[in-house]
Design a protein around this ligand. Structure first.
Ligand SMILES: [Zn+2]
Length: 271
């Protein structure tokens, strides 16, 4: 699979699974104290945050834990909460090392000019958010409730409520972080392909049985792809090429833009 030509319109954005690995990697710095803040890129600081404010607010505080909601990584301290967003190409370096080998489509070699935000820690170590394309960001005390329920823990009732309230295409609704948090392009295509659901059908057109199938597929894909190593390890991934055939039934896959993203689906078994 590593040698297959990729569709460069579907970059491997860090999705729930990648951010969860960042979270796990960052647990190594719990208990350390922030002694320095490096914020060389003002663009990367969001919602009015500035480098002097970040320094004044964070320095001296101890890292208490890490949480994740969807694709948002949250650093709890004995003071403020820091929110880290990874955009399309963001990576977290803990004590100088990545917890994920380069993202599937991202540049492989690090470059200090990609370091957008960093914390120096005592007694030793550092955290750095590296992001070649600068589409991620940092904010203080982010509004976590602007995000929908996390895809890993969403209940049947929550999923039913959010889908029946949307006339958008099913894929667009699942990508909408206000409805379900954490899913990106690759995960949604894999989930819908396995569930046999057409990504273009209206979200509110699913019956209860179909919503149940969707939820089981979501849980299974997150578990399996998490074990395999990330969002790019799905069974559909090998067929994300123009003209490719469905790995399940051999039908020629459809390639469309749905929810603003390049979408692969099977006209034979996804209805
Ligand atoms: Zn098929």
């Amino acid at each position: 699979m590593a040698n297959a030509r990729r569709d460069d319109d579907t970059p491997a954005v860090p999705e729930l699974l990648e951010v969860e690995r960042y979270r796990q990697g960052a647990l190594a710095v719990v208990g350390r104290t922030i002694v320095g803040v490096d914020a060389p890129d003002a663009w990367f600081l969001k919602r009015g945050l500035t480098a002097p404010v970040a320094r004044a607010t964070l320095a001296g505080h101890t890292i208490a834990g890490w949480r994740r909601r969807g694709k948002l990584l949250l650093m709890d301290t004995d003071g403020p909460v820091l929110g880290l967003r990874f955009g399309m190409t963001g990576r977290l370096l803990v004590d100088g090392a990545q917890s994920i080998d380069g993202l599937e489509y991202g540049p492989r070699r690090g470059d200090v000019s990609w370091h957008r935000f960093g914390l120096r820690l005592a007694p030793a170590g550092s955290l750095v958010l590296e992001d070649p394309r600068r589409l991620g960001g940092i904010e203080l005390d982010p509004d976590e409730d602007a995000l929908g329920p996390d895809a890993l823990t969403i209940t049947s009732r929550q999923l039913g409520q959010t889908l029946t309230a949307s006339r958008a295409p099913l894929k667009a609704a699942l990508l909408d972080q206000h409805r379900v948090a954490g899913l990106g392009n690759l995960l949604v295509d894999e989930i819908l392909w396995r569930a046999g659901l057409d990504p273009a059908r209206p979200a509110n057109g699913l019956d209860g049985r179909q919503r149940g199938t969707l939820l089981r597929s979501m849980r299974r894909v997150l578990r399996e792809l998490g074990d395999r190593g990330g969002s790019h390890t799905g069974d559909l991934q090998i067929a994300r090429l123009p003209g490719a055939r469905c790995p399940r039934d051999g039908a020629t896959l459809q390639r469309r833009t749905i929810g603003g993203r390049t979408t692969y689906s099977c006209p034979a078994h996804q209805r």
